[in-house]
Design a protein around this ligand. Structure first.
Ligand SMILES: [Zn+2]
Length: 458
């Protein structure tokens, strides 16, 4: 199957040379980009898509999320709290999660991500209530397959409950043995290390204040045996830094290093509070990070030192984080926040629009271990987005369409989204996906979750 996407106002390849082609075409063959053609070049194909009035970019990559939190967006009790108090407010509510809720929230989150130009997402599911079925991540994978998006879920875990000095309630924690068994089961069942993989599984104990050192060390050993990646929250807040210093005598990054939790197969969510030596160590070891500007502002966590991380050569990616601290799944809007948050710092720390695009595309692909994604060039997997440039919000901003999508209001929706050569979004919609019914079912599930919590305390 050969598809020609032709006559685009602009093709922004975001490749090593930063090629931008006006009026060019893109030839896609069997799920990969065959070639980028100049205006006027032709090719024999099965299907032609006219991209006049559109810009073509690589798909955006989201490297950190908690889909289930779309059920608890914007709760009044959590609107004005910092991370630890915010978590303590939400944990008892999340205790009521069940399989159906996880499936529904995954569908909402992935649909919103797709519509915002995301072609590849990770998720970090770490809440396994004792009453719920154990195979919650299986449900997420089913939904991702149904939608066709590239998906790299992580098997999250919590093992350090309140009674042992951790933050979460004991009954939301699991033993190391249960965590390891289920991690192994998911890897055996779903992990696909082929180049074209739509599904890969990674392992992700939750954070230094909710996981035992034993779980960290055993999980790392399993990941390295299985050839998957490792993910956790790190250096998100100063409260976390104090916790680590008090409990272990080490700063968060030092603690991770002592547990063999640094390296090119590891990425940390947030990494806000890093000192100069830690930034250099991230770069030297190839340890990656997910920048979550919206969540960091929402929870008052701080501004990550992205300029310094990029200059040092550390792998940096973009993520929306969970929807109870963002409270959206709009990845293009997140890219805009990244551009703007950097500019609350002194001018030497600013980022250009193209740098933000690169972090959001190839930066994410690298952090998730995929070298064949994130650019539009021959041989890359055909994960790409067509953006409509005719909207009112872009009127007068056409001199640099790539920057316009970040400087102007974020496009409410991508015009079209392709993953591995398949169109998943067309004309701003997911074909066959009933958005009204999904929102209704999701709202009912969210109400049921709050109701369970109320009854528990009645
Ligand atoms: Zn998170």
């Amino acid at each position: 199957m050969r598809t020609l996407i032709k006559n685009a106002n602009l093709i922004a390849t975001l490749d090593a040379d930063g090629r931008r082609m006006e009026g060019g075409s893109l030839l896609v063959e069997d799920g990969r980009i065959h070639s980028v053609l100049k205006a006027g070049d032709t090719a024999k194909v099965d299907k032609v898509v006219d991209a006049k009035g559109k810009m073509v970019t690589p798909g955006l990559v989201n490297t950190h999320h908690h889909f289930y939190q779309t059920l608890t967006r914007n709760l009044p009790g959590g609107q004005d709290e910092k991370l630890f108090a915010w978590l303590k407010f939400h944990y008892p509510i999340w205790r009521g999660l069940d399989e159906e809720m996880v499936a529904l929230s995954t569908r909402t989150a992935l649909a919103e991500l797709l519509l915002s130009g995301c072609t590849f997402s990770s998720d970090h599911h770490y809440v396994f209530p004792q009453d719920a079925a154990p195979d919650l991540i299986d449900r997420q994978i089913e939904v991702a397959r149904e939608l066709g998006i590239r998906f790299q879920p992580t098997r999250g875990s919590m093992s350090l409950g309140e009674s042992a000095g951790g933050l979460p309630p004991d009954d939301l924690c699991q033993s190391e043995a249960v965590i390891l068994d289920d991690s192994r089961r998911l890897l055996n069942r779903y992990h696909d290390d082929s180049e074209e993989a739509l599904i890969r599984v990674d392992l992700a104990p939750c954070s230094p204040f909710s996981v035992t050192n034993k779980a960290m060390v055993e999980t790392a050993a399993l990941a390295r045996e299985a050839g998957c990646r490792l993910h956790t929250h790190l250096a998100e807040t100063l409260d976390e830094e104090s916790f680590c210093l008090r409990e272990t005598g080490k700063r968060p990054y030092e603690l991770m290093k002592s547990l063999a939790w640094t390296g090119a197969d590891v990425w940390f969510a947030h990494a806000v509070h890093l000192n100069d030596e830690e930034i250099a160590a991230m770069a030297d070891s190839g340890t990656g990070m997910s920048h979550c500007p919206g969540s960091n502002m929402r929870l008052g966590s701080g501004a990550a030192r992205i300029r310094e991380l990029l200059d040092a050569g550390a792998p940096v990616s973009l993520a929306v984080d969970g929807s109870a601290s963002n409270d959206t799944n709009h990845l293009l809007a997140e890219a805009r926040l990244m551009l703007l948050l950097a500019r609350t710092r002194s001018k030497k720390h600013w980022l250009s629009a193209e740098e933000v695009w690169r972090v959001a595309c190839s930066g994410g692909a690298k952090v998730l271990g995929r070298s064949n994604l994130g650019t539009l060039e021959a041989g890359a997997l055909a994960d790409l987005v067509l953006w409509d440039l005719d909207g009112l919000y872009l009127a007068g901003a056409q001199s640099d369409p790539l920057a316009a999508l970040l400087f102007s209001a974020p496009a409410p929706r991508a015009h079209a989204v392709m993953v591995g050569g398949n169109w998943l979004v067309q004309d701003g919609k997911i074909p066959g996906f009933d958005e009204a019914a999904q929102a209704k079912n999701h709202n009912q599930a969210a109400a049921k979750l709050l109701d369970r919590h109320r009854k528990e305390f009645a």
